[in-house]
Unconditional design. Structure first.
Length: 109
C-alpha cells in the first residue's frame, strides 16, 4: 500500500512492524515477514541514519523504535496506523496478536 511513499515493500513492512509493536529488532522483523535479515538491517540503518528511527542495545541485540524528536513522527505514525488498519487480516493478526511471554505451566489453552 505505502510502497510508493516509503520506497519499497520491505521498508513498508519494517515500519508496519514498528507501528504495531512499538519496537523491534532485525531478526524478529525478518522472521515475521519471511524476509532476508540483511535487507531488514539495511532498511533499519537507513531509517536511523535519516532520523526516523533510533536504536539502543539490549544485551547484544540492537532494538529499534521511532525517534521521539523526529519532526513528522505523529504524521508518519498516523499514516502507518491507517495502513495497518487497511492491511489484510492475516498481517494484522501476525503483528498485533503475537504473544511475547511464555504461558504459565499447567494453564489450559
Amino acid at each position: 500500500m505505502l510502497e510508493a511513499v516509503v520506497g519499497s515493500e520491505g521498508a513498508e513492512r519494517v515500519l508496519l512492524f514498528l507501528v504495531a509493536r512499538g519496537e523491534g529488532y532485525a531478526l524478529d522483523i525478518a522472521k515475521t515477514f519471511q524476509m532476508n535479515v540483511s535487507n531488514v538491517q539495511k532498511h533499519l540503518e537507513r531509517m536511523e541514519r535519516d532520523g526516523l528511527l533510533v536504536s539502543n542495545m539490549v544485551g547484544r541485540t540492537r532494538v529499534f523504535a521511532f525517534n521521539e524528536r523526529y519532526a513528522f513522527k505523529v504524521e508518519v505514525i498516523a499514516l502507518l496506523t491507517k495502513a495497518l488498519d487497511l492491511a489484510p487480516k492475516e498481517i494484522r493478526e501476525t503483528l498485533i496478536l503475537n504473544r511475547r511471554r511464555p504461558r504459565r505451566k499447567g494453564k489450559p489453552l
